[in-house]
Write a protein that binds this ligand. Sequence first.
Ligand code: PLP
Length: 269
Amino acid sequence: MQPLRNRTAVLGTGEVPWDSPVIPSDDPGLRGDGFFETLLVHGGPPPRIVRLREHLDRFERSAAAFALTLDRTAWEHLVAGITDDVPAGAEAVLRLTASAGTCTATLRPVPQSVREGRDGVHVVSLARGTSTTPDAPWLLAAAKTSSYAVNSAALREARRRGADDALFLDATGEVLEAPTANLLWRADGRWWTPPQAGRNVLPGTTLAAVAAQFDVHETSCRPEDLQRSDGAWLLSSLRGAAPVRSLDGSPLPVDESLTTVLARTALEP
Ligand code: PLP
């Protein structure tokens, strides 16, 4: 199999050597004042970018929250160029980043840790503190902002505790989402996910794709509800549907055939 080429492109400039220092040190994005998208690309020909339209829709909504306008045609052109030679059998991560200063697209291999996560993850619950987001658009609740320091810190804390991932709890102890994924679980013969409105939960493209195929209901839940469930999954673009193998040290049931069905929906274009 041909190796995957690392690639980098800058909006308005085009492709540059993949390891070029393209973001100036005073770029607002470096202070977290920016937004991004992470997409999965399957090798071709032709390469298949999973849910490109849905990701660009969310990218546009994030831009609007930053009072910026996205030139969608220019981004589509940049994306098509940078993904045109992903070889058959390869999987790549396409990351689009934008700020008022610099806009980039990068293509890299899917990390091994992400592939391993598809087989299952051990999760710990961690407080995120805030309970609900009032009507305060300046808090950027539904935007995929680059202010990911807390999300990264939660993942580090999860690893420090010997787990792979975390589930954020609000101030009342209800589950919100994972630092880079939404939660789905199965109980009473139905699919469930925590409510998103006003709770600073990112509307995931993977969850939306799963909800378009399966009847997913919203309800609030606590870690102990998940421990009594018939299974739970972390849904995200790169890992697809990662079954939760344990929560706070208690094993959760894993249904391999449901995981296969969910993963097919989650990881396919
Ligand atoms: N929630 C958060 C906080 C995320 O960062 C992500 C993805 O990075 C998701 C949910 C899942 O979103 P998607 O399915 O679009 O990848």
